[in-house]
Design a protein around this ligand. Structure first.
Ligand code: ADP
Ligand code: ADP
Length: 231
């Protein structure tokens, strides 16, 4: 089934002359792995922010799971966001909480019972390979480990979709590859992954669906794509 449906979506920011997204249509099925590529300013972050209802489209329709995102009341936005786990380039961990506390916090804020949290957090740390580092603080970890914590936090509630905005942008190639193996593992559990990236080595190695944006338009959508020639 379709998990993300973006139909003829345009987005113009007030301050700007050209639209950030210009008549974009993309459908993503459950379990797909999609690379969102394109130069800086092409609209990748706007695309993700629209899915999360952090921005509203100027025109067009957006559905995520059962949610009609552009018609959704503010009251139901938290429910929408619970269907998506978000990972950023700069990790965005809470510096004064341990690894386990960072992951647990994602469940606490949505009101999960303590017993559920105590059962789920160790399983998720295990999945990302950080079972032995539950009591460390973020600054005691390498960059790759910090990103694993961020992925654990995003995935601990078993979202339908993982939205990853340049998750390897601050990591060396070897660490990036480890992170990609982890995202592939998460994808194999049936989780849809949408990943914005500039990393052509990763895109070329994985041969997954590639949606390319340029000046807010989809210029390419290939099922087993590469980063592209001459870029
Ligand atoms: P990308 O993630 O591919 O770098 P963005 O979605 O961040 O692209 O940006 C797309 C376009 O929208 C750019 O021209 C950018 O300057 C503009 N833009 C993004 N966010 C805002 C904003 N909050 N206000 C005004 N313009 C914005
Ligand atoms: P990098 O891999 O980026 O070189 P480090 O050398 O900082 O990272 O970390 C290597 C390992 O040592 C990691 O597994 C990390 O968890 C651990 N480590 C680093 N600093 C500390 C610290 N202050 N206390 C405990 N463990 C640490």
């Amino acid at each position: 089934g379709t998990v993300i449906s973006v139909e003829h979506v345009s987005k113009s920011y007030k301050a700007s002359t050209r639209p950030a997204l210009d008549d974009v249509s993309v459908e993503v099925d459950k379990g797909e792995f999609v690379f969102l590529i394109g130069p800086s300013g092409s609209g990748k972050s706007t695309f993700m922010r629209l899915l999360l209802k952090e921005e509203t489209p100027t025109s067009g329709d957006i559905h995520v799971s059962q949610f009609h995102v552009n018609k959704l009341s503010a009251r139901r936005v938290p429910r929408l966001r619970q269907t998506m786990g978000v990972v950023f380039q700069n990790f965005r961990l809470l510096p004064n909480k341990t690894v386990a506390q960072n992951v647990a916090f994602a469940l606490e804020v949505i009101g999960k019972p303590r017993a559920t949290i105590e059962r789920t957090v160790p399983d998720t740390l295990d999945l990302v390979g950080l079972a032995g580092k539950a009591d460390r603080l973020p600054h005691e970890l390498s960059g790759g480990e910090q990103q694993r914590v961020a992925i654990a936090r995003a995935f601990v509630n078993r979202p339908l979709v993982m939205l990853c905005d340049e998750p390897t942008g601050n990591l060396d190639p070897e660490t990036s590859q480890d992170i990609m193996m982890l995202l592939e593992r998460i994808n194999r559990t049936g989780t849809t992954v949408v990943m914005a990236t500039h990393d052509h080595h990763i895109v070329d190695a994985m041969r997954r669906r590639v949606v390319e944006l340029e000046l807010g338009r989809v210029v390419r959508d290939e099922s087993r794509g590469v980063y592209g020639v001459g870029r």
